[in-house]
Design a protein around this ligand. Structure first.
Ligand code: PSU
Ligand code: MN
Length: 316
């Protein structure tokens, strides 16, 4: 079985292994957001605070990265520090990059796509990120569509996010997900979120505010053998939202800078996030941190509801 062979490449942290043995739900967290999405030391501080938040709500966080030739499910504190300090010097690992970085024993930060793959291999159903990747503006020319979307089409993990990053073409991102049969759920509002902004202007497929209802939807999908992910979008808290005009203007500036500097491929998203942070003098970083924490709370409640639903199914 391929799963058995995959197990040779996976290493659970003691805390994750203990939680699993005790039947406590796990919540996967990604590491590209740490190494490539935020500056040091706020990245490490945020990663630790998010882990603590998940734990305080009753689940065990499993931050995923590639370290020393293993997919690590759960990191030690010093490893989190190492990843955050090294920043963009760490490989940004998506589906394509996973075998190379693993085989070479190098340090890799996993994207949404790669974290979904690793979470699924470890049997973790819920994964919390900031915002998913998507169809980039101008994709008709550049063909730049995040591998996150293909992964959502094939890998059965629920991804909790504040929508897709507002630098993307959100309408096309939702079209792509629809084509691939990926349901987009929203909680706390009808519309899909847009990362720095609460409202993307596009409706999500279904609004499900209650974790039990979200869990039921997800159980139904997978029970039918409809493999693939589910997106659960939840907006950044109102107090932390960026002013729309400001973020629109700054996004245009950041996109123009990426264009004139010839930034392409996997470097684009980290470049845009860093540029927006500089142009907003850190305001966007505060929003990013706030939305990740909010996502972590929503994701943890979903993980607890899924665990409860499974127990009920087994008992019933
Ligand atoms: N969410 C954040 N910050 C990030 C990302 C998501 O708040 O840095 C990362 C995720 O790892 C996502 C990646 O998978 O950006 C998308 O990169 P690309 O567009 O190259 O696929
Ligand atoms: Mn891309």
């Amino acid at each position: 079985m391929s799963e058995d062979r995959a197990a040779d490449w996976l290493r659970l942290s003691p805390a994750v292994a203990a939680a699993r043995a005790a039947g406590r739900p796990l919540v996967a967290l990604e590491s590209t957001i740490i190494a490539h999405g935020m500056p040091y030391p706020q990245n490490v501080r945020t990663a630790r605070e998010v882990e603590a938040l998940v734990r305080s709500l009753g689940a065990e966080p499993a931050t995923i990265a590639v370290v020393g030739g293993f997919v690590r499910i759960g990191l030690q504190d010093d490893e989190l520090e190492q990843l955050g300090r090294a920043g963009t010097a760490v490989h940004k690992v998506s589906r394509r990059d996973l075998p190379a970085v693993l085989a070479n024993g190098e340090l890799g930060a996993t994207t949404v796509a790669a974290t979904m793959i690793c979470a699924a291999l470890a049997g973790i159903e819920v994964f919390v990120t900031g915002g998913i990747g998507g169809v980039h503006r101008g994709a008709a020319q550049s063909f730049d569509i995040s591998a996150d979307l293909q992964e959502l089409a094939r890998t059965s993990v629920a991804v909790v996010c504040a929508g897709a990053k507002s630098v993307l073409d959100i309408g096309l991102t939702l079209e792509y997900l629809e084509t691939h049969g990926v349901p987009v759920l929203s909680c706390e509002q009808d519309n899909f979120a847009a990362f720095y902004l609460r409202d993307s202007g596009f409706r999500a497929d279904w609004r499900l505010d209650e974790p039990a209802a979200q869990a039921r939807f997800i159980r139904a999908k997978w029970a039918l053998g409809l493999a693939g992910g589910v997106v659960l979008s939840t907006p950044v808290p109102e107090a932390d939202e960026m002013p729309r005009e400001r973020i629109d203007a700054i996004t245009a500036q950041a996109l123009a800078a990426a264009d004139s500097q010839g930034i392409t491929g996997k470097a684009i998203t980290p470049f845009l996030l860093a540029r927006i942070e500089a142009l907003t003098e850190g305001e966007s970083l505060a929003t990013n941190i706030a939305l990740v924490k909010h996502n972590a709370a929503v994701g943890t409640r979903l993980a607890l509801a899924l665990a409860l639903a499974k127990r009920a199914e087994r008992a019933g």
